[in-house]
Structures are given as structure tokens and as C-alpha cells.
Design a protein around this ligand. Structure first.
Ligand SMILES: [Zn+2]
Ligand SMILES: [Zn+2]
Length: 729
């Protein structure tokens, strides 16, 4: 920041500032001329004005400061819509963001305020090996995209030096504690490299490979020399040792142990309520990284809740909130551990979670919330997220199938029974009573006593609740069911490991598993996918849902057999002499004889076959599509009242129709380019209008009560999926 003479320049209005636009791909604070801004809000902070489109170039330049290489993260943010201010001052913002050096603001290092006492630290005596990315750095700046001039952004530098509260440089080559004479410590590593190295250790990658990637990361920040390299190698070794020796058990008493964990991980806890005589135990976990992913993938998209039914082994049930990432894979963005399902407690944690998000981005909104447990309280979701709620069938399908396979030994009986159960579900929208179909099933399979007994005692008492929910909420698709199941399977492998049965009774053990292994594995998946490093991790991650595996099966590997009962044969891609049979194709209750399906999972063969059944009118539409039709029919049958609120509703329906139209356009087109070429100018041209006119008559697009859908309204799913498969490659 310049000399005394330069610093003396003071302006009183942003309008007096010149716009600066230094050349080059990136630039930093050193390339700008800073002046003091004398407003009441910014007590003489340093400011500069640059074009809004150069903001990323500035942030990139600030990150590669040779004296203190770092990253800047968004610590706080606010947005304001255009047209909401009556009087506009020259420094009012449309967008406000505060960027903080990622070596701060917390200080976990030596003398840091949050450093836990020695007694409770990780099982090591070596302080140097502690992850040291939080150094209490106070360097931070804010940006304001100007309300009056949206093409410009005002940078307000609050603290330009990378110093801690005591005023010492706290990271980078100039940090006296880091490198230099007498330094005992390794060079401080940014949180990204640290997370990467930890993830690789958790994944069990050989140490020499981890070391190599770690070094590459370090060398991006400081040059390579023997000393740096040997320190880095020690760091990796010690981190590995810490992880190996680290324990969930911070105290013999589980409750005390959790209290300690919460105290040490304040930044990853969004809600905590200790159990008392009056309050239930509630722990809401969300790391900084998860927060970012929730903002990124949840905005105007779906959020899903995964409930840990049936894992009675756990001391407290675990709820996971999932977003769907750019590959539509489920990504856990928050974990809630509690037995309480009361409205009050649910409302509390949901509010705490969304407030945390709004403090970063006040415009964040989700488009829909998928639940999988009909016992969930819907009011808190509606209050907090103000969005439609959908229901996913993944759990009921999986549980029924698993129990049939476990409790009936004859494969023909298994298949018949599962199909019958499917019919019970499919009768939900017909005039028939689902319970009658169920009664029939009990009679037909009267000799299957084990299963019938299980079903009568476990399911019959609550089946009414399930059916009501399925009838009243729109149903989520098979793609989302498959991806939620994918998360469920991973959670089971990583966290509900059977060899640790005793441990499941401790909450600290679950917290430890979630925040170390599971978190690391998801972090690395996304990192590998987006950075292009670790190609094997990336490939494995892409293939981790049955939906993506189904996309790899060509259409000609599927042969339909029209004989009763309907079935389809799918040729194995690995061994072409091997064929799998999918019974009851075109239904959520299809059954395949491959081993993956026989473990209760939704296998790729079923998904592939169902993708091909979608456009064929000789198959009934899927449950989720039927529920969608039901919603539309219901809407259409509502009496008209010719009011303003009707206008508003019609406008919403139109918007929805347009969205659906775009999806079907994509599904029937040969590629995205073909569709985008027609957008947006030709969208309203003659052809478009003709289509729209056709659609406005509900009689022509909706099925009659016999449930047969006219062919052109059925989404042609397989083409879309083909397109997706070429994109995902
Ligand atoms: Zn810093
Ligand atoms: Zn299969």
C-alpha cells in the first residue's frame, strides 16, 4: 500500500474515483492506486474502483501474492435486487461480498484462542504435525458491485497485510515461524492441500504417492529445495500417523466426548442441543466445504433428505441432507444426529442451517425438497424452505425387496410377490382399494408365513400412512431414487461397518466416521472430477450410481419378450454369453436376477430396461409419472373463480409447462446444440406457437381416467439419456 504521500489522498464519494483496469490476465492490489474513502461506514478504508468483469482477475492476483500465497474465501455476502432502493447513494451495492484470507480468521495455531488444551489433543505429542492451515490471518477485503453502476465494482481493503491479531506475519515465506533460521515447523499448507492429503490417507493410497501429490501442491506455493521437501515428507508421515492414531473417543463418557468435539469444531457445527431433562439431543454438522456445496448445487435445485431407518444399531438416528451435484450424484451437505422428530426441534435445526446459508447468500432458494419417510414433519420444511415437497420410493422398494429375498427362498415366488406388491402401489390412483389388493396377496401366498407375518406386523399398521403420503405428494423419479440409494450404500460401507457393532452405540464414533472418512471421500470425488487429477478416483465416482452404469448399456443389448409374464433380457457387457432377465419391466417394482439386484439394490439392468419402456405405449407409465399426471388432472378439475389469484396461478402453470416443454425438447432432440440453436428467438416463432396452442387444451394432453397416456406426451427418456451418456464420458 504505498507511501504516506499516496495514502493522504481522500475521497468522499465513489463518483470521484477513477475506474482502473490494469492489463494482464490477473492483477493484484499492487497494480492499483488506492485512496482513502472518508464515508461514515468505511472509516477511511482503502478503496479502488475496477470493472465488475475484472473482479475474478483481481482475486486471482491477490491469491498468487509471492510473499503470502493464499486463497480467499467468501466469509459473508449479501445481495439486493434492482429496483428495490428509492434513494441510491453512490456506494450502495447490488452485491456485497467479504473475502477473507483462508489462513484466517480463526487461529488454530500456537497461542491461538481455539487451540484445545493439550490433554484433549489428538493422540500425538508432536505439535508441529498438527494441521496448521488456520493461522488467525486478518487480511480481508470487501467488494461492492455498485447499485447505481452495475458494471463497476468497488474494492474496500480492510487489512492488506497477512498478519495475525498480534501484528505478526502469520503465513508464507516471511512467517518467522514457518521457514527460516531455527524453524522447526513444516511450511504451512493451505487447506486445499491439507484436505487432499488427508483424503488420500483415508482412502488408503500408498504413502509415496501421497507424498508426491503433496509435494506438487507445496511447490505451487514455494520453490523446491531439499529442506522444504524433507519437511513436507515429515508432514505427510506425521499426518498419516495422527490419522492412524486418532480416535473418536475424546472422553470415556460419550456425551462428554461429543461436547468436546463440538467445542473444537465450532465451524463445522450449525446446531447443537445437549440432552437434558427437557431437551432432546440434536447435533447438526456441516463443514465449510459442505456449506459451499449446498449453496452451489442446492440453489434453485432439489434438496433430499435421507433418513437412516432401520439402522437400529445406532444410538441416535442419522438424517442426511443431500444435494445433487453436476453429475446428479447425491452429495451429503449436512448431517443431523437426533432421535427427536418433533416440529419444534426440526424447525430449530432447519432454521439454524438456512440462516447460516443466508449469511453467505441471502438469495439462496431451493426448488423442491425430497423426503423418504412419511413420518417426516412437513410443516417445518414448508416454513423454512417454502418449496414443494416430493416423496421418494427408494426406501420402501428396497426394504420390501430385501425382505422378500431373505424370507422366501423360491425365486419364482420372490418375483411374483414383488410384482404383486408393486400392483398394490400402482392401484393407488385407481378406484380400487390398495388394501384389497394386499388382502389378495396374503391369500395367494398364504404358505409364505415368514414373509406374511413380517409384513402384517411391520408394514400393515403404517401402510395407510405410506399410501396417503404417496397419494398426496408428487413422487420423485427413478434417477433420484437410484442416487439416494447410492449414498445409502456408501454410508453403510463407510460408517455402519458391521465389525464395529459396539462402536455404533457411541455418537462420537459416528461423528468421527462422518467427518473424516466419508467427508474426505466425497471431497476427493468432487476434486478429482473438477480438477482432472486422480483419474481412477474420477472414473469410480462417475460409475457410482446405477443410473450412470445403465447409460453405458447400448439399446441393442436389450431384448423384450412379449410372452406373459412380460420380461426383458439384457446382455452383459463384460461377458456377452451372460444374459440377465428383468421381470415386470417398466415398473418401479421390476426385479432382475443379477446379484446386485438380488441384494435389494436398484440395478443398472432395471434402469436401462425402464428407460426403454418409457416411450413405449404398451407399458404403463412409471409411478412418478402417474403421480405427475394426477397432479395435473387435479389442477385442471379445480373450479375457476375468475379472480386475480387465478391469473397468478395460470401464470405459474404456464411457466411450468414451458419448463416441461424444454425438457421434452431436449429428450427428443439429437443433441443439446439442436435445441439451443432454436433458442430463444425461434422459440416464439410459428412452430413454437403451434405447439403451445396444442398444449393449452388439457383434454388433448392428459390421459382419460383409464390411465392410458397419449404417446406424444410421454417423455422420450431414452434419447435424453443417450445424450447424457455422451456428455458424461
Ligand atoms: Zn493471510
Ligand atoms: Zn440387474
Amino acid at each position: 500500500m504505498g507511501t504516506e504521500a499516496e495514502a493522504a489522498e481522500v475521497v468522499e464519494s465513489v463518483s470521484d474515483l477513477a475506474v482502473q483496469d490494469p492489463p494482464g490476465e490477473e492483477f493484484s492490489a499492487a497494480d492499483l492506486r488506492w485512496v482513502k474513502y472518508a464515508s461514515s461506514e468505511h472509516q477511511r478504508d482503502d478503496v479502488a474502483l475496477i470493472p465488475y468483469e475484472r473482479m475474478d482477475a483481481f482475486i486471482a492476483g491477490e491469491c498468487s501474492n509471492p510473499e503470502c500465497p493464499t486463497r480467499f474465501h467468501i466469509e459473508r455476502g449479501r445481495k439486493r435486487d434492482r429496483g428495490t432502493l428509492r434513494e441510491v447513494r453512490s456506494d450502495d451495492y447490488l452485491l456485497y461480498r467479504m473475502y477473507w484470507c483462508s489462513f484466517g480468521p480463526e487461529n488454530y495455531g500456537e497461542g491461538g484462542t481455539i487451540l484445545p488444551s493439550r490433554k484433549y489433543r489428538l493422540n500425538t505429542r508432536n505439535r508441529a504435525a498438527r494441521p496448521q492451515s488456520m493461522r488467525g490471518c486478518t487480511c480481508h477485503f470487501a467488494i461492492k458491485r455498485l447499485y447505481a453502476r452495475p458494471s463497476l465494482v468497488l474494492i474496500i481493503y480492510h487489512e492488506r497485510r497477512h498478519i495475525n491479531k498480534s501484528g505478526f506475519i502469520c503465513h508464507g515465506p516471511l512467517d518467522r515461524d514457518a521457514i527460516g533460521p531455527g524453524a522447526r515447523r513444516v511450511p504451512y499448507v493451505g487447506s486445499e492441500i491439507q484436505q487432499q492429503t488427508m483424503s488420500l490417507i483415508y482412502l488408503g493410497v500408498p504413502e509415496e504417492n501421497i507424498l508426491q501429490t503433496h509435494m506438487e501442491g507445496i511447490h505451487r506455493y514455494c520453490g523446491s529445495d531439499a529442506k522444504v521437501d524433507s519437511l513436507a515428507s515429515q508432514y505427510v508421515q506425521k499426518l498419516g500417523m495422527i490419522i492412524k492414531r486418532s480416535t473418536h473417543e475424546l472422553d470415556l463418557d460419550d456425551q462428554a466426548s461429543i461436547r468436546m468435539w463440538v467445542d473444537r469444531n465450532k465451524k463445522s457445527v450449525f446446531y447443537y442441543q445437549d440432552s437434558t431433562d427437557t431437551d432432546a439431543f440434536v447435533l447438526g454438522i456441516q463443514t465449510e466445504w459442505q456449506l459451499q456445496q449446498m449453496i452451489r448445487f442446492g440453489h434453485q435445485d432439489l434438496l433430499a433428505s435421507h433418513s437412516s431407518f432401520g439402522v437400529s444399531k445406532l444410538k441416535y438416528p442419522l438424517h442426511t441432507l443431500l444435494v445433487f451435484d453436476s453429475r446428479q450424484h447425491a452429495l451429503p451437505v449436512a448431517w443431523i444426529i437426533t432421535r427427536s422428530v418433533t416440529k419444534q426441534d426440526t424447525l430449530r435445526w432447519m432454521k439454524a442451517l438456512t440462516e447460516r446459508i443466508y449469511s453467505v447468500d441471502s438469495t439462496w432458494r431451493i426448488g423442491g425438497f425430497v423426503i423418504d419417510d412419511p413420518a417426516s414433519e412437513l410443516d417445518p420444511i414448508r416454513d423454512v424452505f417454502s418449496c414443494p415437497i416430493l416423496f421418494s420410493l427408494w426406501h420402501i422398494r428396497r426394504t420390501w425387496l430385501k425382505n422378500i429375498i431373505k424370507k422366501c427362498s423360491n425365486s419364482e415366488v420372490q418375483r411374483e410377490m414383488f410384482m404383486q406388491l408393486g400392483k398394490v402401489m400402482y392401484s393407488i390412483w385407481s378406484e380400487k382399494n390398495p388394501m384389497d389388493a394386499l388382502e389378495q396377496l396374503f391369500q395367494d401366498f398364504v404358505d409364505q408365513t415368514t414373509f406374511v407375518q413380517y409384513f402384517k406386523s411391520f408394514w400393515v399398521p403404517k401402510l395407510e400412512m405410506w399410501i396417503d403420503t404417496i397419494r398426496s405428494l408428487p413422487l420423485a423419479s427413478q434417477e433420484s431414487s437410484g442416487t439416494i440409494e447410492g449414498y445409502h450404500l456408501k454410508l453403510k460401507v463407510k460408517a455402519y461397518d458391521d465389525s464395529q457393532l459396539d462402536a455404533l452405540q457411541r455418537v462420537d464414533w459416528l461423528v468421527h466416521k462422518l467427518t473424516t472418512e466419508l467427508h474426505s471421500s466425497y471431497w476427493l470425488n468432487l476434486y478429482a472430477d473438477e480438477s482432472g487429477s486422480f483419474p481412477e478416483v474420477k472414473a469410480e465416482y462417475i460409475a457410482s450410481t446405477s443410473w450412470h452404469r445403465a447409460l453405458q448399456i447400448p439399446d441393442d443389448a436389450v431384448i423384450f419378450d412379449d410372452k406373459e409374464p412380460f420380461s426383458a433380457k439384457v446382455t452383459s457387457q463384460k461377458d456377452t454369453s451372460q444374459m440377465w432377465t428383468v421381470w415386470n419391466p417398466g415398473s418401479e417394482f421390476s426385479l432382475c436376477d443379477c446379484s446386485w439386484s438380488m441384494q435389494g439394490n436398484l440395478c443398472k439392468h432395471i434402469i436401462k430396461v425402464n428407460m426403454m419402456c418409457g416411450p413405449r405405449k404398451d407399458f404403463q407409465p412409471s409411478l412418478s409419472f402417474q403421480s405427475f399426471q394426477h397432479v395435473l388432472l387435479d389442477l385442471w378439475q379445480k373450479p375457476m373463480d375468475d379472480s386475480f389469484s387465478l391469473d397468478l396461478s395460470v401464470a405459474w402453470v404456464m411457466q411450468m409447462q414451458e419448463r416441461i416443454q424444454k425438457v421434452t425438447e431436449l429428450a427428443t432432440a439429437d443433441g443439446i446444440a439442436e435445441v439451443s440453436n432454436r433458442l430463444p428467438i425461434q422459440w416464439t416463432n410459428k412452430k413454437g406457437r403451434k405447439v403451445a396452442a396444442k398444449r393449452t387444451s388439457p383434454l388433448r394432453v392428459l390421459p382419460h381416467s383409464n390411465g392410458i397416456v397419449q404417446k406424444d406426451f410421454t417423455p422420450k427418456k431414452n434419447r435424453k439419456r443417450k445424450r447424457l451418456s455422451t456428455v458424461s464420458g
